[in-house]
Each structure stands twice: as structure tokens, then as C-alpha cells.
Design a protein around this ligand. Sequence first.
Ligand code: HEC
Length: 120
Amino acid sequence: MRKLLTVLIALLVLLVVLAAASMGWALPPDTPAGAATYKAQCMSCHGPDGAGTSAGRSLNVLDLRSPAVQDQSDAQLEQIIKNGINNMPAFGDSLSDQEIAAVAAHVRTFGKQTRTTASH
Ligand code: HEC
């Protein structure tokens, strides 16, 4: 009985990993470092959940949970964070590529939150 359970759990884990891989998660998983960078560098404009603060909205910030943002590739998001766009400042000088990848992975978590709560 024990053995069967172990096999079932192993299969379940494999399935989850395969599902994740098929969705094309090229970025590293969301990390405490990514969340901390977000909090320190991005939250003043983008808010804790990516919706945008009033300061951010006065700069025409985009809702980070929206498809307009989430449908872009990981590489595009990293480019935008690195080089900036319109009123969005560039972070290429203040953040390493690793930090940018980590913070982009954190931005991705906002999209997952909407996707799981959105009605289809
Ligand atoms: C000074 C305010 C400000 C700060 C700080 C800021 N942003 Fe932005 N961000 C903006 C604005 C304004 C836009 C909308 C730009 C546009 O018009 O496309 C934006 C857009 C974005 C987009 C979507 C860009 C697009 O065109 O799809 C991403 C992703 C993003 N920001 C991530 C970040 C991350 C990550 C950080 C922290 C490292 C950050 N932002 C810090 C103001 C800010």
C-alpha cells in the first residue's frame, strides 16, 4: 500500500512539472529576492498587487495583471524593465540581469493570480 502511494505521489509531481514546462515558464520561479526587489523598486508606482498606485496611474502605469502585460514574452518584460518604456524608468543601471529576471518572475505571479480567479 505504501509503495502504491509513493508511486502515485511521484506521478502527480511529474504531472505538475510537465504542465509547468508546457506553459513555457522560462523564468526562474518567483523568489523572495524577486519579491523584495519589487517591493523596493517597483511598488511605489505599481502597487503591492501590480494594479498601480495613484502616483503610478498619474504616469499612465499599465496594470501588471492585465493581458497587455502578461501576454508579453519573458524576454520582452526583461527588456522593458532593463531599458524602460515611456514613463517607466530603466533599471539596467541599478539592477543586475539576475535581479531583473527575478523581479520579472515576480511580475508573472500577478498574472497567475488573475488567471486563477478569472471566470472562463
Ligand atoms: C516611477 C514609476 C515606476 C516605477 C518605479 C516602476 N514602473 Fe513599471 N511602469 C511605469 C509606467 C508609467 C509604465 C507604463 C509604461 C508604458 O506606457 O508602456 C510601466 C510599465 C511597466 C511594465 C509593462 C510595460 C509594457 O509596456 O508592457 C512592466 C512589466 C513594469 N512596468 C515593470 C516594472 C518593474 C519590474 C519595476 C521595478 C523594477 C517597475 N516597473 C518600476 C512606472 C513605473
